[in-house]
Design a protein around this ligand. Structure first.
Ligand code: AMP
Length: 282
């Protein structure tokens, strides 16, 4: 199967998108960090239903990693990623270098409040500034009609929606459901770091969150259920729990009984950090 076209520079990306626009074609974008799996592919399928052309960016964004995090270790596999894009029918891969995205003396930062407060930010304070900055750049570079983001990174999805709303960026943000393996484990590029024993524990995360979300919806007592879920995660073998938190599903403020919500968690297995979230039914 032929690979999609590849643009490595912003100028090349813009030229290719401009040619589509001259033909009157609509454009969807799926930003990724590569190491593509079925979760990413599901976003591409949605993008291809929404628009006539689909751009997937593959860029491991250094500004969203802290110096202590896994930037150097993060899996990079461009050739097999391009195979997956070809299979999915994606038209263009944007694969910029770090220096293309952040030339020398780069000094801008996009910072979004609101839904970025707490949760991930309590543990990765640099993360959403990095995400908001790179997503803003990608949207200005590509100027897509819409972009698809996974609910797997639920707080990120809320932050990107807020970013587009507050800065009047005319990109329609589409949230896509989390793709899981047969055991309920959310697909993630970081699952590749886990051995068999780690995978067996990781596969319990979603079940514990779902049980807790059901109990919260039933009794309305988020505090005691999140404490119980945290304890259950530790007992089942997770090495650390950054947070288990019930939040209102759009603003990510504290969840109120009777409202639709989201139960979000971040946990550790050895040096691997996993996140997941489930709906708290209204
Ligand atoms: P990443 O490459 O991890 O930055 O993810 C790129 C996009 O894929 C983000 O919008 C993620 O939320 C989304 N994504 C990652 N894993 C999944 C999954 N298991 N199901 C659905 N979307 C996902």
């Amino acid at each position: 199967m032929p690979h999609p076209e590849v643009a490595e520079t912003v100028a090349d990306l813009r030229a290719k998108v401009r040619a589509w626009r001259r033909e009157g074609l609509s454009v969807a974008m799926v930003p990724t960090m590569g190491a593509l799996h079925d979760g990413h592919v599901s976003l591409m399928k949605i993008a291809l239903e929404k628009a006539e052309r689909c751009v997937v960016s593959i860029f491991v964004n250094p500004t969203q990693f802290a110096p202590t995090e896994d930037l150097d270790k993060y899996p990079r596999q461009l050739a097999s990623d391009l195979d997956r894009l070809a299979e999915a029918g994606v038209h263009l891969a944007f694969t910029p270098s770090a220096s293309e995205m952040y030339p020398q003396d780069f000094a801008a930062k996009v910072s979004i409040g609101g839904p970025s407060a707490g949760l991930e930010t309590d543990f990765r304070p640099q993360f959403f500034d990095g995400v908001a900055t790179v997503v803003t750049k990608l949207f200005l570079q590509t100027a897509p009609d819409c972009a698809v983001f996974g609910e797997k990174d639920y707080q990120q999805l809320c932050v990107v929606r807020q970013l587009c709303r507050d800065l009047d960026i005319p990109v329609d943000i589409i949230g896509a459901p989390t793709v899981r393996d047969a055991h309920g484990l959310a697909m993630s590029s970081r699952n590749a770091y886990l051995d068999e024993a780690g995978l067996a524990v990781a596969r319990k995360l979603n079940r514990i969150l779902r049980d807790a979300a059901t109990a919260i919806a039933r009794h309305g007592d988020a505090d005691s259920e999140t404490v119980k879920a945290r304890r259950a995660l530790q007992q089942i073998g997770f090495d650390g729990v950054d947070y288990v938190a019930a939040r209102e599903s759009q603003t990510l403020r504290e969840w109120q009984a009777g409202r639709s919500g989201r139960l979000l968690a971040a946990v550790w297995l050895g040096k691997t950090r996993l996140i997941d979230n489930v709906e708290i039914p209204a």
